[in-house]
Design a protein around this ligand. Structure first.
Ligand SMILES: C[S@@+](CC[C@H](N)C(=O)[O-])C[C@H]1O[C@@H](n2cnc3c(N)ncnc32)[C@H](O)[C@@H]1O
Length: 285
């Protein structure tokens, strides 16, 4: 894994509560507006996110299923993958405030290249890294079109069972209950009732449309952000990809920080934010 040198930052307006004023930028800031920051770097190397500065992390890490990313090799040995996961989870924990939370979108199982209980393994790993466990949301993607492997077809010899779901594991740093008096939530009654039912059903994102090999749909960070953070909070995605989490953060009045190792994905995210949000016009949450 390597990060190339970042492009010149753009849109550097200052704002009293912006990521820029809250967190002094490092040389790896690729793009910045009053409400958003994209960091082009390896999340294990950047110094642009101070400790205890983030309210909510929403992210989907590489699944280690040989997806062809531009700058990340997605086919580590399983033990090496777990070690990578342990390292980045520990780094993210330091960035969270004491009442900060992590919504971790991961697979339930891995079938490609050997069966593994990825969901269970990463949840245990996160707990060992110091996170507290809160709950797990099951995301029903309703997508079985990728199904190609049946094991032994119509035979009990060695059938494969594949669940068309992913997990969003909800963890936190020290305390679950947020007690800030001035904080404002923005979920409607129906959203709150619907989303606190831990089975979420909506479609996955189309890779061609997103122009990225493994995007999640904006509905995923939108729900996590509205349910688990207050308006004006700082939301971080350390595996930004095509910028989905920042789109949801900007649309819902949160400050967004994204870290991405690949420069072409940073450009993709920046262009997408310009297209899909108002932040490029300097409007702040
Ligand atoms: C599963 S994708 C995230 C996709 C994103 N949720 C979206 O909607 O587009 C994982 C991303 O993490 C990036 N990545 C991999 N290793 C990284 C690292 N060490 N630091 C920062 N980004 C990394 C990859 O380039 C890839 O874009």
């Amino acid at each position: 894994m390597s990060a190339k040198k970042g492009s010149k930052p753009q849109g550097r307006a200052t704002h009293a509560g912006s990521p820029r004023s809250r967190h002094p930028p490092g040389a790896d800031v690729f793009f910045e507006t009053p409400g958003l920051r994209i960091i082009h770097n390896d999340l294990l190397k950047t110094v642009s996110v101070p400790a205890r500065s983030v309210d909510l992390i929403v992210t989907s890490p590489p699944y280690n299923v040989d997806i062809h990313y531009q700058s990340h090799v997605d086919r580590l040995g399983y033990e090496e993958y777990l070690e990578f996961s342990r390292t980045w989870l520990a780094r993210c924990l330091r960035w969270l405030k004491p009442d900060g939370r992590l919504c971790l979108n991961i697979p339930l199982d891995k079938n490609k290249g050997g069966q593994q209980s990825v969901g269970a393994d990463l949840t245990s790993l996160a707990k060992r890294a110091g996170y507290q466990y809160h709950s797990t949301i099951v995301w029903n993607e309703g997508n079985i079109s990728r199904r190609t492997a049946w094991g032994s077809w119509m035979s009990a010899s060695a059938p494969y069972v594949i669940a068309p779901v992913e997990l969003i594991v909800v963890l936190y740093k020290d305390v679950w209950k947020k007690t800030r008096a001035e904080a404002r939530s923005d979920t409607t009654r129906d959203e709150f009732m619907g989303w606190t039912n831990g089975l979420w059903t909506f479609n996955g994102e189309n890779r061609k449309r997103a122009n990225h090999p493994a995007p999640f749909p904006v509905e995923l960070p939108r729900r996590c952000i509205k349910l688990f953070s207050f308006v004006g909070d700082t939301v971080l995605d350390p595996f930004l990809g095509s910028g989905t989490t920042l789109v949801a953060a900007a649309a819902n009045g949160r400050f967004g920080i994204g870290i991405e190792i690949d420069e072409s994905y940073c450009r993709l995210a920046r262009e997408r934010l310009a297209r899909e949000t108002a932040v490029h016009r300097g409007e702040t949450p």
